[in-house]
Design a protein around this ligand. Structure first.
Ligand code: UDP
Ligand code: MG
Length: 328
């Protein structure tokens, strides 16, 4: 779709926002600067208020009422960044769509360079970004992030790029493919790879948050990584079978030893402690296997409920209708 009155291609900038009242004015100033610079394109900016508890929604409302290029969707509660990303994509109308965080850690100034890559090669449908270093991030977070990427790339079919960000420009056809994946438990970095299409990458130095605090605690990231493993790999399900085969083999060797000892007339009344260790170890492995099964089962359970990914209570349409009613 091309904006009918201007004939320019439309770019949808999609911004998930959770408690970003401090970042939004800075973001607005920066994105307006970039939009002016890229005058060959028309723009719409879609803010998704992910159930913020601060004044984010009223900041968004006032931006949208001042400038018609800004649109928004507001959730009934916090559904998480993934749900916000899906909602933004559903609302978008652009020929091109791009995700950006509200805290300017995804610098809007890179957009002209990203757009130039897409324009140059029609075979490329997406331009992703990655950080060239994790400078400024707590070392423990970087360590576990690297460990996670190494593991998931070994046990899953999709290749996740370490240090890749959600900051990504895509064509409409790729955006539509992503929308067709309406799973409830979402992991966008995996979905971007899963849908295919050719992606070019650009790197940039890590940038600190412009204002406010990170919304992702270590625990939240841990749960998010489990989400990814369950969504994109079934390898952990094989764990129980592999352990089962291993234990069968060990017990078979044990039986052989006992039979030979009996034949040789050696007394068998010994080994209490070692027996206990084996019992506890096998018990532990069984519990772990049941836990893994439970992980997959719970996700399947949530998927089969077919609940909507998010619920919206307000969009810029409501703002416009309200204003119209006031005038009447
Ligand atoms: N975010 C969201 N919902 C959430 C958590 C975060 O929409 O439940 C948004 C947040 O407002 C920001 C982006 O996701 O625009 C990335 O969050 P953040 O900067 O806190 O993460 P970090 O950069 O520290 O990984
Ligand atoms: Mg951030």
């Amino acid at each position: 779709m091309t904006e009918s009155n201007t004939g320019k291609a439309l770019i949808s900038v999609m911004v998930p926002c959770y408690n970003e009242e401090e970042s939004l004015p800075l973001f607005r100033a920066e994105i307006c600067r970039v939009m002016e610079q890229m005058s060959a394109y028309a723009f719409e900016v879609i803010f998704v208020d992910d159930g913020s508890k601060d004044k984010t929604l009223s900041v968004i409302r006032s931006i949208a009422s001042e400038d018609a290029r800004f649109r928004y969707v507001s959730f009934t509660r916090n559904f998480g960044k993934e749900a916000a990303m899906y909602a933004a994509l559903q609302a978008s109308r652009g020929d091109y769509v791009v995700y950006m965080d509200a805290d300017l850690q995804d610098p809007p100034a890179l957009l002209p360079e990203m757009m130039a890559i897409l324009e140059k090669d029609s075979e490329v449908d997406s331009v992703g970004t990655r950080r060239s270093s994790r400078k400024g991030e707590p070392p423990i977070r970087s360590f576990f992030a690297n460990l996670f990427y190494r593991m998931i790339n070994r046990i899953s079919d999709v290749r996740l790029i370490p240090a890749a960000r959600d900051y990504r420009l895509m064509t409409r056809r790729m955006a539509d493919s992503i929308l067709s994946l309406c799973e409830y438990n979402r992991f966008s970095k995996g979905i971007f790879e899963w849908v295919g299409f050719r992606t070019e990458w650009i790197s940039y130095e890590n940038i600190e948050r412009s204002a406010g605090k990170t919304k992702f605690s270590f625990w939240k990231l841990f749960k998010y990584s489990l989400e990814c493993i369950i969504a994109f790999s079934t390898a952990p399900l094989a764990f129980a079978s592999v352990m089962g085969i291993l234990f069968c083999f060990v017990s078979f060797v044990g039986i052989l030893v006992i039979v030979i000892r009996a034949l040789l007339g050696v007394s068998s009344a010994f080994g209490w402690a070692s027996l206990m260790c084996v019992v506890l170890f096998v018990g532990g492995v069984l519990e772990l296997s049941i836990g893994i099964l439970g992980g997959y089962l719970s996700k399947t359970y949530l998927e089969t409920k077919r609940r909507p990914i998010y619920l919206a209570k307000e969009t810029e349409q409501d703002l416009q209708n309200g204003r119209r009613e006031e005038n009447e």
